[in-house]
Design a protein around this ligand. Sequence first.
Ligand code: PD2
Ligand code: ZN
Length: 284
Amino acid sequence: MSTQTATPELRLWILEQAQAGHAPDAVLQAMKHSGWDEDVALAALEHTLEGFLAEHARLQQRPAVVPVPEPDLAQSPATLCLPDGQVVRVVASMRDPRVVVFADLLSADECEALRQLAAPRMARSETVDNATGGSEVNAARTSAGMFFGRGETALIARIEQRIAALLRWPVENGEGLQVLHYRPGAEYKPHYDYFDPAQPGSSTILQRGGQRVGTLVMYLNTPAAGGGTTFPDVHLEVAPIQGHAVFFSYDRADPSSRSLHGGAPVIAGEKWVATKWLRERRFD
Ligand code: PD2
Ligand code: ZN
């Protein structure tokens, strides 16, 4: 075991390297060359850079960057085999904003079962009232919806475990699944899923689980026309196809995340989705 501990001089030196624009990996290598134990150097680097990034964000008056859920796509796999045996196909991915489209996340039977469970409990969708942190009916969101409790049924628990494995994010950090139903003409105008830190109502909401850092929209049917999920900043539209899902993450609660997205109007037929929002911390 190492007896070295990081000194204030080392932290100052790390900060100077960061300010000069040197990449963390290059700084780590330089520390190792100077005789610092790798674990000590890494811990000092992480600790110092965390502070550096927080300060950088504060100076820019922007929220800090935080860790986000992320599927394991390092080797560009065509499929991901999840622990429950589900083989999910990776259809498309984009780095900035981070968007990944999956196929076969849910079977047709699972989609039907979710719709059946949700149908008797649907009510006009509400959006968060920024001033109070409560919710209100809003013309920008003309769907009907309901929330399941986390793990409410065996089916829901199984889907939640699958999502946790896919996105490598704890089940406990997820909000309950929300099911939305759009009729022809219904839409969800472009919005951000994170809570605006500048709004007075947000502090109450953030006490439970912190910020939202990722969203998974799962398509429970295939509308005849319209109803895609749009990302206006990058002119992307994801087609709603039964069993497919679109995942996107946002590592800062700020428009620079480019996570603006909406549900385009349904033109023909109807649209059913289930949304899973993921928080920074346990959402109990
Ligand atoms: O239904 C959609 O495509 C959609 C679009 C934007 C859902 C959500 N946002 C959401 O549930 O946050
Ligand atoms: Zn949304």
